[in-house]
Design a protein around this ligand. Structure first.
Ligand code: HEC
Ligand code: HEC
Length: 289
């Protein structure tokens, strides 16, 4: 050990460490720092005794308080379940209109419906219910089967062409495939359908023929002027909203192969409160009637 060296300017002893001529002063640690340091050591000792802390070979020290985060979470989840069950019980007995009119129930139904929609409906109808080809947009005010709370509730409960005995049902015949109309007739009526919503038609289109074919084959479901029919799920052909697309090819294809989109029934898969919540949620998406 080198003998103690005193810094000439400050008069404080140095540690003897030197870097490029700079020497470190051996100042004592500040009191406050030292006491904080002792306090943390004392705190850790207390913590080891009270709380789970040290890992053992197959277990860990549990501490005399026996605290467990897992137990706390289980307790919180239980409390949440109880709260949900209580809210749910209100909804189970309430009419859809009353749920919608009561802010407390509405809030619960919307949160519940939104979650259930994401889990069960979004794969087909899109995350925000915007739909896709063959899967209707649930945000607009155009409804194939009806947009009142009760209509939507029924659609969700029993589905569409789902095989459920109360399912909504109505199939469009495969006019082309089954030889009910030949290719020229299909083309003519497809052009006529496009003309119903003001879309451009082929210059060679025979609209008079198309109209006759329409009146004979299509009006029974789609209505005399193409306004659609909810009883059989025949879409409105006069508006700019299309389930399968508005191009001439898409319409010709539809007339050739007919139609029958399937939506599953949910009455056996989801509980009644969730289905009610979904009806209220879908109704609120933007286009409820
Ligand atoms: C497997 C795909 C699929 C799933 C999952 C699905 N749907 Fe549908 N849904 C459809 C199809 C297809 C249609 C349109 C059927 C048709 O062609 O008329 C439809 C139609 C609807 C309609 C009627 C729309 C109208 O214009 O009348 C509502 C309401 C609806 N679905 C809500 C839901 C809700 C709520 C869920 C979740 C619980 C859900 N759907 C889950 C495929 C699905
Ligand atoms: C028995 C009832 C019925 C008859 C008759 C019928 N349709 Fe349909 N049509 C439907 C149904 C139901 C759908 C919806 C299919 C679906 O949801 O998958 C539909 C869908 C369509 C679509 C698709 C609409 C869209 O929004 O994408 C077109 C186009 C169409 N029909 C044209 C016709 C034409 C043209 C005829 C006559 C040649 C006709 N339909 C006859 C029931 C019928």
């Amino acid at each position: 050990m080198a003998k103690k060296e005193i810094d000439q300017i400050s008069g404080i002893e140095t540690t003897g460490h030197e870097w490029d001529g700079l020497k470190e002063l051996n100042n004592p640690l500040p009191r406050w720092w030292l006491w904080t340091f002792y306090a943390t050591i004392a705190w850790s000792a207390v913590y080891w005794i009270l709380m789970p802390s040290w890992p053992l070979l197959t277990d860990y020290t549990r501490g005399i308080r026996g605290h467990s985060q897992r137990a706390v979470v289980i307790e919180q989840v239980e409390a949440l379940r109880a709260l949900r069950a209580q809210h749910g019980a209100d909804l189970a007995d309430a009419a859809l209109e009353d749920i919608q009119a009561t802010p407390r129930m509405l809030e619960f139904a919307m949160a519940n419906g939104r979650a259930a929609f994401g889990d069960n409906c979004a794969p087909c109808h899109g995350a925000g219910g915007a739909g896709a080809i063959g899967y209707p947009n649930l945000n607009d005010d155009d409804w194939i089967w009806g947009g009142t709370l009760d209509d939507i509730h029924q659609t969700i409960l029993y589905g569409i062409r789902s095989g459920h005995e109360q399912a909504r049902f109505g199939d469009m015949p495969a006019f082309g495939r089954d030889g009910l109309l030949d290719a020229q007739q299909v083309r003519a009526v497809a052009n006529y359908v496009r003309s119903l919503s003001g879309l451009e038609v082929e210059p060679t289109a025979d609209l008079a023929l198309g109209r006759t074919i329409y009146e004979d084959n299509c009006a029974s479901c789609h209505g005399d002027s193409g306004e659609g029919m909810r009883e059989v799920g025949a879409p409105n052909l006069t508006d700019p909203i299309w389930l399968y697309g508005s191009s001439l090819e898409a319409i010709i294809h539809r007339i050739e192969v007919g139609g029958g989109g399937v939506m599953p029934a949910w009455d056996q898969r989801l509980d009644p409160v969730t289905i009610k919540s979904l009806a209220v949620y879908v109704h609120a998406l933007g286009g409820g009637e």
